[in-house]
Design a protein around this ligand. Structure first.
Ligand SMILES: [Zn+2]
Length: 428
């Protein structure tokens, strides 16, 4: 059901919500800063021929951001983690230089979007004041997050360089251990550092001094706990969920959440189906039918739970014709042997409710992880963002609380981290 209004949103609520509640939610959605803290980008979508000013069929782009009433977005400079088994020079100078080059390409692409491709629509924000000023002008704010410290290599000076290029948070690892920190994937693969490496500890001190937020969404629990011991500033999880509700290594258990709160930080609850809902296993008939379908279209096995990437990437390789054929056959299987439905906005808000109850409203936020595996029923691209606000209103959250969840808390931490940095530099 599509409703008229400032945002062309699709209602994903069951049972239907009354018109008064929708009106109230729309007014709140327009007034507060709606900030999504983690959205992936592809460098290929920043060219003159193809870019995010168009309604591309991915989950994030400017038309969808305008439709969904999203005020600000952290675009992510993501560099994948390689291993010595895959690249023998992974942790040598040449390996680090390749990663650094990939990171710089993404920084430059984002600057190209705000400076050349769409300066009339989107502007780079470096402070929370920037975000408020840009929203007041009716434009969108782009912020930059860095996912994986691997491209820092062994050059601590790059922490400041990434900040100067506009980066405002950085995670010390992604999936797979880096030279700086263990990753959550160590729960399956074993540990390299038992937390932070000696170099990782130096990088944390440098991040505090520079004013770059430390993101612990991908590093291991031990790494996070050691980070909290060392960091002089609050830390964040830019895209994670509650482990008590969904037991995957990317999520935060209660001990982690309470420690995060103590630091004054914030966890941005992520709309990633595999992290917010434990699916019931498929029936053997459904599994067999899906395996046959995958073989027919030469598609890989689905990745293990909690791992980055999904079938979407493999499907993108198919021609439009083959893709349609695949979708039709999948629809037949879904009808005949239905699987457990994917996560919805309700599951997402269940995680928010849990975290708010455990650590308080000031330490919780929201993010999509669009184009990086995120997306759930009701919030499957930026144009559907209003559904999240609507469900928050339906559950009784006030405008002030919704403003904090939708970016206010994260911007508070961003300011605090920069304030502490300038104090640290003064005392030096
Ligand atoms: Zn991620």
């Amino acid at each position: 059901m599509t409703l008229a209004g400032p945002f062309s949103f699709v209602l994903a609520q069951d049972p239907p919500i009354d018109a008064e509640l929708i009106k109230k939610a729309q007014a709140i959605h327009e007034r507060v800063i709606i900030l999504d803290s983690h959205v992936d980008i592809a460098v290929a979508n920043f060219t003159g021929e193809r870019n995010y000013t168009e309604r591309l069929d991915n989950q994030f782009n400017l038309p969808k951001m305008f439709d969904g009433g999203v005020s600000a977005v952290f675009l992510v400079v993501y560099v994948g983690q390689t291993t010595e088994a895959r690249d023998p020079d992974a942790f040598k100078r040449s390996g680090y230089e390749r990663a650094y080059g990939a990171a710089i390409e993404k920084f430059e692409a984002i600057h190209r979007l705000t400076k050349e491709l769409a300066p009339d629509k989107i502007e780079l924000a470096l402070t929370s004041d920037d975000v408020r000023r840009i929203k007041a002008k009716g434009k969108k704010a782009a912020l930059i997050g860095v996912e994986n410290g691997y491209p820092i290599g062994e050059e601590i000076g790059r922490v400041k360089e990434f900040f100067d290029r506009g980066g405002r948070y950085l995670s010390l690892s992604h999936n797979g251990h880096s030279q700086l920190s263990d990753s959550n994937t160590g729960e399956r693969d074993g540990w390299k550092w038992n937390g932070l490496s000696p170099l990782g500890k130096q990088v944390i001190a440098e991040m505090n001094k520079v004013g770059l937020m430390i993101d612990v969404s991908h590093p291991s629990k031990a790494s996070m706990m050691q980070t909290l011991e060392l960091s002089k500033a609050p830390i964040i999880a830019s895209h994670s969920a509650v482990r008590a509700l969904c037991d995957v290594s990317r999520n935060m258990d209660d001990e982690q959440l309470l420690a995060l709160k103590k630091s004054g930080g914030v966890m941005q609850v992520v709309a990633y189906s595999g992290f917010i809902k434990m699916p019931k296993p498929d029936s053997s008939e459904r599994m067999a039918a899906l395996a046959t379908l995958r073989r027919e279209f030469n598609l890989p096995e689905p990745p293990p739970r909690g791992q980055r990437g999904n079938m979407r990437l493999a499907l993108a390789q198919l021609t439009a014709e083959r893709r349609e054929e695949f979708e039709n056959k999948l629809a037949v299987i879904d009808k005949e042997y239905p699987g457990d439905p994917p996560a919805s906005v309700k599951d997402l808000i269940d995680h928010i409710d849990y975290a708010v109850k455990l650590i308080g409203l000031d330490h919780v936020g929201i993010t999509s992880d669009f184009d990086g595996g995120g997306g759930i029923t009701g919030w499957n691209d930026a144009s559907e963002t209003f559904n999240v606000t609507l469900e928050l209103v339906r559950r009784g959250y006030t405008e002030e609380q919704i403003g904090k969840l939708w970016g206010g808390n994260l911007l508070r931490v961003m300011d605090e981290v920069q304030r502490i940095a300038s104090e640290l530099r003064k005392t030096e």
